[in-house]
Design a protein around this ligand. Sequence first.
Ligand SMILES: Cc1cc2nc3c(=O)[nH]c(=O)nc-3n(C[C@H](O)[C@H](O)[C@H](O)COP(=O)(O)OP(=O)(O)OC[C@H]3O[C@@H](n4cnc5c(N)ncnc54)[C@H](O)[C@@H]3O)c2cc1C
Length: 392
Amino acid sequence: MTVIKDKGERALLPPFTQEHEDLRESANAFVSKEIAPNLDRWEEERGFPDELFTRCGELGFLGLKFPEEYGGQGGDYVHNAVWMEALAYSGAGGGVSAGLGAHSEIAMPPIWKFGTEEQKQRWIVPGIKGELIGALGITEPSGGSDVASLRTYARPVDGGYVVNGSKTFITNGVRADFLVTAVKTSEEGGHQGISFLVLEKDMPGYEVTSKLEKMGWHSSDTGELGFTDVEVPAENLLGAENEGFKLIMANFQWERLTMALGAVGGMQRVFEETLAYAKEREAFGRSIGRFQVIRHKFAEMSVTIEAARSLTYAALRKFVDGGDAIREVTQAKLFSQRAACDICDEAIQIHGGYGYMREYGIERAYRDARLGPIGGGTDEVMKEILGKQLGL
Ligand SMILES: Cc1cc2nc3c(=O)[nH]c(=O)nc-3n(C[C@H](O)[C@H](O)[C@H](O)COP(=O)(O)OP(=O)(O)OC[C@H]3O[C@@H](n4cnc5c(N)ncnc54)[C@H](O)[C@@H]3O)c2cc1C
């Protein structure tokens, strides 16, 4: 088996091939050079510039899994997995990953999967270039976990729909040019009454009502949106009317996998930085890493990270093989997000007072990680899915 250069002696792990590892190397280099050095400023400014989308588009990172005839790289989900992990590993987890990912990993895939040729030309082609920015709008002020009870209503009219309602917590919500939006298309709504419409920011009645302030992910914008009598033409319907619930569920699998991949990359980075710190920092005449209690923390953290990595890669293998990967993806998402919080917590502890300071970036990783057990479906929702799969 080939031994890869990345991360020391780690062996080449399926489904990653040497080609994927080469991509990892260039993705890590790009993120370290062009994103990570700007991160503190973008956090302060509460957003990274739109130009980052075009830059990532230019380098091909937004279209890794899309065919070349649409401007993509002709790769697959594994190439994309490398990118999502590299973003977090090289110091651009949290807000930047969320903003880029909301566009290329959760807003574009449903258009790709369920859209017509015309819709792909309208949103996927410029989306891959980063010239149009997308967002996915499912969550509403009245609730996110109970997706089927969403209230935004697209009343069918001649030639399309009239949409009234609101969405909240939408990543890229403030800047998005197009919003892949879950709506109910019958008054009753529910599992059989949800559809997807692509709303566009210049449609009359479409309004960004608030840019939300958050605990972390400061470099991403998170918006609240209101729709008042927005007229949406029928050609903006994605997939079949009233079959949107299936689309939501299909989309969740890749979103949750990308979150797991981000957690693995982010934990690995925090671990390596903390290890270097523990070897250097001295107390009572020795490096703190040589206290047994600290050494054992590292031993435990290394096991947690490898467990998260193994679960995540196993889920990824099943997902790219085209099998039903709901159980594996749900387990990976559940385990990795909580693990990332725990690893960041330990890392702060090992850093002592410096862990609490902005300078070391650990406190940001900690704040950013806290969204993991909430976003993309909460821990409790993951446990419900797994429990139901067990027939309970
Ligand atoms: C920074 C950020 C970015 C986000 N980005 C997006 C985005 O781009 N697009 C989008 O659509 N959404 C986005 N979200 C929304 C996110 O997906 C929701 O916050 C999440 O799904 C939870 O929904 P909620 O916040 O309404 O919580 P609620 O559904 O109100 O849940 C509150 C609590 O009740 C628990 N609970 C709910 N139902 C059950 C149950 N059946 N059993 C046990 N416990 C239960 C939950 O686990 C949670 O602990 C984002 C959220 C944040 C904070």
